[in-house]
Write a protein that binds this ligand. Sequence first.
Ligand code: NDP
Length: 243
Amino acid sequence: EPTLIDKVALVVGGSRGIGAAIVRRLAANGASVALTYANSAEKAAETARAAVAHGQPVIAIKADSADPKAVVDAVAQTIARFGHLDILVVNAGILIRGTVDKYDLADFDRMIATNVRGVFVAIQASCPHLREGGRIITIGSNTAVRTVFPGASVYSMTKGAVASLVRGIAIDLAPRGITVNNVQPGPTETDMTAAYAEMVKPLVPLGRLGKPEEIAGLVAYLASPEAGFITGSSQTIDGGYVA
Ligand code: NDP
């Protein structure tokens, strides 16, 4: 559906997995897209090539979300190329597991820097460029609702932080007509879950993992003009996992 014609989107963390599916879907719906990545230059180029086939420009920018300056630069490069911004999707996130007794503080700091501060900085840097009707969508996790397994306390904390952050920022930006929402996937088929797929599958009422394209579909809806009255929400999409 061409609901995003003439829109400009920035997908922070768009080279692989859920982020790559979001890039492809937003481009398919008519948006011009900038994506960032930290390490996977080849995957980023591949995703950009697939997305550009829909007819709109797509660019890939190397920017580690744990580095605030890199994130600010990525937003500036997006504006330099496309002139403005309508949709910001902050998808970049990492999972470093470990139980509380053994968790390394350097890993704790990395998790916060990427999954929380990186989200805040991307939103802050994008704020001045978002127009009326703008959209901010974060990718949290259903672990913000229910953690289930040992070793996931820090990850769950970062995603809980994102859910809270989104509520406050939604109120901050409401006067400008910008909506801010958080998508909380459950186990989804990506590199991140490859090692856990068989373990979690029986716990999902629908009996399978989610597909990145299904998460991207919800993001595309929240990005569309039709979703203009949804703001400050966290939308769980997990096959009934936390039901
Ligand atoms: P993947 O590990 O498959 O992909 C992560 C993506 O984010 C890659 O494009 C990666 O770039 C990018 N990224 C990671 N760290 C950084 C960074 N520091 N700076 C810039 N980009 C970065 O993860 P998923 O697709 O599975 O997850 C995407 C999001 O969804 C994450 O926030 C995750 O927490 C969340 N999520 C995932 C679930 C799942 O089951 N898969 C469930 C719930 C939430 P690069 O290729 O360069 O590394």
